[in-house]
Design a protein around this ligand. Structure first.
Ligand code: MSP
Length: 695
């Protein structure tokens, strides 16, 4: 197995680390200003990719692209967090081994991000050998530093958070404040990490380097947590098996956060990547996982001997998103499934909306209507409009499809005002990215495009075109607009990479191609060559009409009632009913009927269950991102498993889960009629795709 070595030799390294704990080393200049290493949290595979995880990933991708444009060598890491009790339980509930389950779910993340034009350089999974050996090495470093000891632990554990809480931190009735579900009392022998040793050093570090922890409100939260004093942290478990064994004591597996946080380090290995990119320049995280990242993570690194200037440069916590004003629940989540959004609105547009609408660092709302409005007004109505009104009507018609020459004698004050407006906006956009304010960077780009439209209107090129003596002036105006569009295409590229390349194509330019060590940020006016041929084409941003809007909103609203991706649903005591049931009283409303979520499903696998004569275990595809559901159906007396595979069935998709014991949990019910030994399955009479609503 790959062994993770350290650049410093072991014992001297640890001795130095101990000295450093006493007297923190002064923070020195950042490593290479030419490198930029950005990370997202690694996502729990108990859930499929959703808006929250897409948001962080898109932001990381956009930051990486911005820094590429600035000439930096960038590295963007994301991945999946695949160990822990919650995962072990989820796999069991689906009748899968943890390994089979994580393999299946991780692939969804690998596939999801390119659909949103995110291009990570590496994707780490915590079940990979390179990670496992790296984490064990980190553990040994902390143990060698005297920071890990064996003790006994009892506490309130939230399985969803994979973390212990004190009573003070819980809501009434011992409920986890994050997940609003009851915590469990756990007691176990455990290794502890001497977190208590690191409180003062962290306070000192963040006081001297406030930029390490942003935004300020989050820093204040962390500082007050640190000032309350840190307790040692339980970092191993014996109560379940799905994790990385503690070196030298395999009865213990590591606390999932010790394992997970290390990914940012283990992904770089111990060779040149680590030498080039460590420490991370920007680590993005949601506000719910601040303590893990801003307290535990740097403390683990300090213990392992990392001096202050080898700790993450900036940990940035963004806010939480609601959907159309509601908290993200399992069903609202369907309406923001990354693939669906990208297909309906375009991946560039979704990226743009998320980073433009929400002030980075604050909570925000995702609304389908606001998304449409921004696409229409800002992308189509401002950027697209400026391009198309200039290319066809003027460049093609009056300049033979070529960028006109700027004749100095034909310039006037409006031009110089436009040029200085552009310079100011370009500077503002860069400063905004550097301050971690992508929303402002985008605002600057759009406001520059608006300035271009205003300039165009003020210059009234349609009037100039009518007067042959004003041809040079017309050329200057058109040239200015095209150059401004070139600048906007670079400013927007980090967020709208494919659309901006489309726009550049129409301008006759090459796609944006970052070059290491060359700053391509468009600080200088005048990059567009006169005489080059434009290539006008279809509108870069599609026009979303009122009819499209109505249709799209209805489609997404219908999804909100759809079967949740990973929800367990219940089958009533009898999975199928025999004939002779009395009919319910007449008169329910359609709304009442519509509460039952019926979906067309396709049976993917079917098998008998030992010692259960009447039951079959099926997996049924109802078009969910998380894959086919496990359904336990009482139809074994009527059907052989092999006769069911590939059949279309009607599934009740929104029942609560039914636990048959021994790990048999059903996540839905099939509709059928007839006596139990001669059942007929409900189906549809024409092929339809899995997940189609039956109503
Ligand atoms: N596995 C841990 C992270 C370990 S990192 C060493 C984890 N995973 S998660 O999948 O639950 O969450 C990943 C990220 O998604 C977190 O940053 C979380 O804040 C973010 N989001 C989840 N739901 C969100 C919203 N509704 N809005 C914005 N981001 C949210 O935590």
């Amino acid at each position: 197995m790959h062994k993770w070595r350290w650049r410093d030799s072991g014992s001297a390294f640890v001795r130095r680390a101990r000295v450093e704990r006493g007297a923190p080393k002064r923070y020195t200049a950042p490593p290479s200003m030419k490198r930029f290493y950005v990370t997202t949290p690694i996502y729990y595979v108990t859930d499929a990719p959703h808006l929250g995880t897409a948001y962080t990933t898109i932001a990381a991708d956009a930051f990486a692209r911005y820094h590429q444009l600035r000439g930096k060598q960038t590295r963007f890491l994301t991945g999946t967090d695949e160990h822990g009790l919650k995962l072990e339980r989820e796999a069991t509930a689906r009748g899968l081994s943890p390994k089979a389950f994580v393999d299946e779910m991780a692939s969804r993340y690998v596939e999801a991000w390119p659909q949103l034009l995110c291009q990570p350089d590496d994707f780490i999974r915590t079940t990979e050998p390179r990670h496992e050996s790296g984490v064990q090495e980190l553990w040994k470093r902390c143990a060698d530093a005297g920071d890990i000891y064996l003790g006994d632990f009892e506490g309130w554990y939230c399985v969803a958070c994979e973390g212990y809480y004190t009573e003070k931190e819980l809501l009434e009735g011992n409920v986890c404040a994050v997940h609003k579900r009851p915590v469990e009392r756990m007691r176990e022998a455990s290794y502890f990490f001497r977190l208590s040793r690191y409180g003062d050093r962290l306070i000192d570090l963040y006081t001297r380097h406030p930029e390490m922890l942003q935004p300020e409100t989050r820093r204040n939260e962390v500082m007050s947590f640190l000032r309350e004093g840190l307790k040692d942290l339980s970092v191993s478990r014996t109560s379940f098996k799905w994790g990385i064994p503690v070196p030298g004591d395999p009865a213990h597996i590591m606390f999932v956060w010790f394992d997970a946080l290390a990914n940012y380090l283990t992904a770089l290995g111990d060779g040149s990547l680590r030498a080039d990119f460590w420490p991370p320049t920007l680590q993005l995280l949601g506000k719910d996982i601040i303590r893990f990242h801003c307290v535990y993570w740097p403390a683990f690194l300090m213990s392992a001997g990392f001096p202050d200037d080898q700790l993450p440069r900036t940990l940035f916590a963004h806010g939480f998103l609601t959907i159309n004003g509601e908290k993200m629940g399992k069903s609202t989540r369907n309406t923001v499934e990354p693939r669906r959004l990208a297909e309906a609105f375009g991946p560039d547009e979704v990226r743009y909306y998320l980073l433009r609408e929400i002030a980075f660092g604050q909570d925000g709302d995702f609304s389908h209507l606001a998304l449409i409005q921004r696409i229409r007004a800002e992308l189509g109505g401002t950027v697209g409009n400026l391009l198309h009104r200039t290319l066809g009507a003027f460049v093609q018609k009056y300049f033979d499809g070529k960028v006109p020459t700027r004749v100095p004698a034909a310039e006037d004050d409006l031009d110089s005002v436009l040029r200085s407006t552009a310079e100011a906006h370009v500077r503002e956009a860069a400063a905004s990215w550097d301050r971690f304010e992508p929303h402002r960077a985008l605002e600057a780009a759009i406001s520059l495009a608006s300035a271009g439209n205003k300039y165009f209107d003020e210059c009234a090129p349609w009037a100039l075109a009518k007067d042959p003596t004003k041809h040079d002036r017309l050329g200057v105006v058109v040239h200015h607009v095209l150059e401004l569009l070139r600048i906007v295409s670079v400013l927007l590229w980090p967020v709208l990479p494919s659309k901006m390349n489309e726009l550049r194509h129409q301008l006759g330019l090459e796609p944006v191609t970052p070059v290491i060590d060359r700053d391509l940020w468009p600080f200088a006016w005048g990059g567009l060559a006169a005489g080059s041929a434009i290539r006008p084409g279809a509108p870069v941003f599609r026009n979303i009409t009122k009819d499209d809007e109505t249709r799209l909103l209805a489609e997404f609203a219908a999804l909100a009632g759809a079967a949740p991706a990973a929800t367990a649903t219940k089958v009533p005591a009898k999975a199928t009913k025999t004939s002779g049931d009395s009919l319910p009283p007449a008169g329910i409303s359609y709304d009442e009927f519509a509460k039952t979520d019926l979906r067309l499903g396709v049976v993917r696998t079917a098998e008998r269950i030992p010692k259960k004569d009447k039951l079959l275990r099926l997996t049924v595809d109802i078009g969910e991102a998380s894959g086919p559901r496990t359904i336990i159906a009482g139809i074994a007396l009527s059907f052989a498993p092999e006769d069911l595979v590939g059949r279309s069935v009607v599934v009740v998709a929104n029942l609560a889960p039914r636990d048959f014991g021994k790990g048999l949990v059903s996540h839905g019910m099939l509709l059928a009629c007839g006596p139990s030994e001669s059942l007929a399955l409900a189906t549809v009479d024409k092929p339809q795709s899995p997940g189609t609503r039956v109503k």
